[in-house]
Write a protein that binds this ligand. Structure first.
Ligand code: EPZ
Length: 429
């Protein structure tokens, strides 16, 4: 299993190109199942999760062609996928595949909406929380699907197609909103989604669906209206930049000190995160090319943050912020409200010398003068990169184990960091 070795203490200076967003790419690839016409996606990141989803779609009979390199392209330019779901031969998504990536459960929506049936494995447990799919099932039922649960599979049927309906989510759910959007796009009549997620990735999927001929309005707000259409066509769509990757590298620069341009990054996708960094004493400047992050000489100020659905502070940046606060001047408090078990990184950060107390949903972080390198274990995608951020500022060597978690969501992480001066390398096998 690959590991990553880091010798801390180097400042970061230079440019980091931000890739396309993982959490937009996955639902966009799944949306290809809504049409028999080709969907072309540009700026797709090279991630393990994208590769796995290609396999899952292939299992349904979907063809995915990756464009070859084009003149002038660099290793950091995203890839282009040509996806065709003209011949869906199987509407079952098996446990072996779905259990490896929860978002693949969302295939249930386009399959039942377009083909009238879907048999999709329940995703099973997850390191960061129970993560049920009851609200996704509720949304499909509100659109007229008949749902059965059998041997760990959700079977959705709508042999005469779905019909428009009212979907009111009791809590904000990103997956629930993606599911409702895709299903309602082909339902007969009008659907209204209340208390919808407002994450930028929802807006990106709605933009793409509208290019495919859907009639969606209000995406990005908590009330979305969808006028169903009988058929969707193909389209070409560019995936928006990854705001979580942006926030992660901004936290890394804040941790080590330095001056880095996050190329392609868009501040409006991450304002809450940038505001917290400004509070912590980091200089943030928006430029035509992206976002410039600078911290030189000044210490890191302690902050109090509670995670929340967009436009609040993203839970997917909670671990990275905690790593930064381990070296803040004073005491910080971070409250996690989205997932009930998203503090797996705390004990690993403590191995580097961090002082963190947990009480219920809140972590209290006592800033320390220095961290010291040590072997640590990655537990999930975002927790693993928080260990990398801490190690970049720790004295001596840190070895991060189980980096396959990182590869799920960060493209060329060690290349991007070493190009800015970090002493980081991957040790294969
Ligand atoms: C998406 O997960 C993201 N994943 C997550 O990113 C992100 O943390 C999360 O949204 C919140 O922003 C992708 O986009 C692929 P939710 P999702 O439905 O859709 C509860 C990463 O690191 N809930 O918004 O699964 C749920 O348990 C990942 O990239 C129900 O109770 O999250 C949670 O407490 C991790 N019933 C809350 O809602 C349901 O049917 C929010 O979950 C669905 C959700």
């Amino acid at each position: 299993m690959d590991r990553i070795r880091i010798n801390g203490g180097q400042k970061l200076n230079g440019t980091i190109p931000i890739s396309g967003a993982k959490n937009a790419t996955l639902p966009l690839m799944i949306a290809s199942l809504l049409t028999d016409q080709p969907l072309v996606l540009d700026n797709v990141p090279r991630l393990a999760d994208v590769g796995l989803l290609q396999r899952i779609l292939g299992n349904h009979g979907v063809d995915v062609m990756v464009s070859g390199k084009r003149l002038g392209e660099t290793q950091y330019d995203g890839q282009t996928l040509h996806i065709s779901a003209a011949n869906v031969i199987d509407t079952t998504a098996p446990y072996e595949l779905v259990s490896r990536m929860r978002a693949s459960f969302w295939v249930i929506a386009p399959l039942v909406a377009r083909l009238g049936e879907a048999r999709v494995s329940m995703p099973g447990g997850c390191a960061i929380g129970t993560r049920p799919v009851d609200l996704l099932i509720m949304a499909l039922e509100r659109l007229g699907a008949a749902i059965d649960i059998d041997k760990g599979y959700v079977i959705a049927r709508a042999k005469n197609g779905l019909r428009g309906g009212e979907i009111k989510f009791p809590k904000v759910t990103v997956g629930g909103t993606h599911t409702a959007l895709m299903a309602a796009s082909l339902a007969r009549g009008t659907s209204v989604i209340e208390n919808a997620a407002r994450e930028p990735e929802i807006g990106d999927v709605a933009d793409c669906l509208n290019k495919m001929g859907a009639r969606i309005s209000g995406a990005g707000t908590s009330r979305i209206v969808v006028e169903g259409v009988p058929k969707l066509s193909g389209a070409r769509h560019r995936v928006l930049p990854d705001r979580i990757e942006t926030g992660t590298y901004a936290m890394a620069v804040a941790m080590t000190g330095g001056d880095v341009l996050l190329e392609n990054a868009r501040p409006e996708l991450l304002q809450a995160g940038l505001d917290v960094l400004t509070q912590a004493g980091v200089e943030i400047a928006s430029t035509n090319a992206g976002i410039r992050v600078t911290r030189n000489g000044k210490g890191i100020a302690a902050v109090e943050v509670t995670t929340a659905p967009f436009p609040g502070f993203p839970t997917d940046l909670q671990a990275q912020l905690m790593a930064l606060m381990t070296r803040a001047e004073g005491t910080s408090r971070i409250t996690e409200t989205i997932f009930e078990n998203r503090f797996m990184h705390v004990q690993e950060l403590a191995r580097l010398g961090a002082r963190i107390q947990l009480s219920g949903e809140t972590a209290t972080i006592e800033g320390v003068e220095r961290l010291k390198g040590a072997p640590v274990m990655a537990t999930d995608l975002r927790a693993s990169v928080s260990l990398v951020i801490a190690a970049l500022a720790a004295e001596g060597e840190t070895m991060v184990n189980r980096v396959y978690h990182l590869d799920r969501g960060f493209e060329r992480l060690e290349d991007k960091l070493s190009a800015c001066g970090a002493a980081i390398e991957r040790i294969s096998g």
